[in-house]
Design a protein around this ligand. Structure first.
Ligand code: F6P
Length: 326
């Protein structure tokens, strides 16, 4: 029988649409299982500073449809130090918290893993990031909403690109991963994508564009992941413009618009399933694991594996971009 009576929940790192739905699920699943649930504000920063308050069912009413996170988020430098983690432990103890649900990405789980090795409070993670780059889950919370935001924005840019016969380099988020650029590109019928997982060749792009030009293709949309090794959209556009002065080139950087907005149905359902799964994993005395979804089934993946590996891009999807541009 578990001794857990009171759990904490927090969000950390870049926020993602659906984090509120996950918080709601954690609170309600906790109450269903007769636990007390405490919300920790501003991620690890709030844990260190003792910004901790009880959450009741009413606190999470009417939040499932909202982007952002009612618990706020932060990236904590102090938690990277042993002293910071010790302060966090003392605060959790002072608030009688026996176990914690961490909602975030790679950095969040790295901190949680280290903490659990040093102190006797179990952590279970829920993958929340628009990047979809976490190993051990098919999808992360926020990714689907983000893709839809990108799709709507690019569709609009396509209208003006086409009206002016222009070439647009559109930069999307993804420091280390190209999921948003690649799948966003497929969803919008982009002519090309630049992603960190694949070496980019602006020369290939040039010959492709020249072919298109001969076929009277007048506008082009190229999605660039911010972490591409060839540089961001501005650098790549500059190189292409220098070599191909006939083209009317423009750049658009979508930025943080990609992190906001009401979560899609898929993200709300994912967040709800994983929120309940995280609470039940703690009750089952699990620790240092992330709950994820693989082939539509809930799975448990040790933090050590999620942190060490990267979610791989399906190279066949890159081939589709080429096939669809004949
Ligand atoms: O990790 C999510 C993410 O949105 C990345 O795609 C992006 O590089 C980063 O966060 C931006 O972080 P910040 O909001 O701190 O600038």
């Amino acid at each position: 029988m578990t001794k857990i009576k009171r759990i904490g929940v927090f969000t950390s790192g870049g926020d993602a649409p659906g984090m509120n739905a996950a918080i709601r699920a954690v609170v309600r699943a906790g109450m269903y299982h007769n636990l007390e649930v405490y919300g920790i504000m501003q991620g690890y920063e709030g844990m260190i500073g003792g910004k901790i308050k009880e959450l009741k069912s009413s606190h999470v009413s009417g939040i499932i449809q909202h982007g952002g996170t009612i618990l706020k988020s932060a990236r904590s430098q102090e938690f990277r130090t042993y002293e910071g983690r010790k302060l966090a432990y003392e605060q959790l103890k002072a608030h009688g918290i026996d176990a914690v649900v961490a909602i975030g990405g790679d950095g969040t789980f790295t901190g949680a893993k280290t903490f659990s090795e040093e102190f006797d409070i179990p952590f279970v993670g829920i993958p929340g990031t628009i990047d979809n780059d976490l190993y051990g889950t098919d999808f992360t919370i926020g990714y689907d909403t983000c893709l839809n935001t990108v799709m709507e924005a690019v569709d609009k840019i396509r209208d003006t690109a086409s009206a002016h016969d222009r070439m647009f380099f559109i930069e999307v988020m993804g420091r280390d991963a190209g999921f948003i650029a690649l799948n966003g590109g497929l969803a919008c019928g982009a002519e090309a994508v630049f992603i960190p997982e694949i070496e980019s060749h602006t020369e290939n792009l040039k010959s492709y564009l020249e072919d298109g030009f001969k076929r009277k293709k007048s506008s082009n949309i190229i999605l660039v992941a911010e972490g591409d090794e060839a540089g961001g959209a501005i650098e790549i556009a500059k190189k292409v413009q220098e070599d191909m002065s006939d083209y009317d080139v423009r750049v658009s950087i979508l930025g943080h618009i990609q992190r906001g907005g009401s979560p899609s149905a898929s993200d709300r359902i994912l967040a709800t399933r994983l929120g309940v799964a995280a609470v039940e994993a703690l009750l089952d005395d699990q620790k240092s694991i992330m709950v994820g979804l693989v082939n539509n089934k809930v799975v448990h993946v040790p933090f050590s594996r999620t942190i060490k590996h990267h979610n791989a891009i399906d190279l066949d999807l890159v081939r589709l971009i080429d096939i669809l541009n004949v």
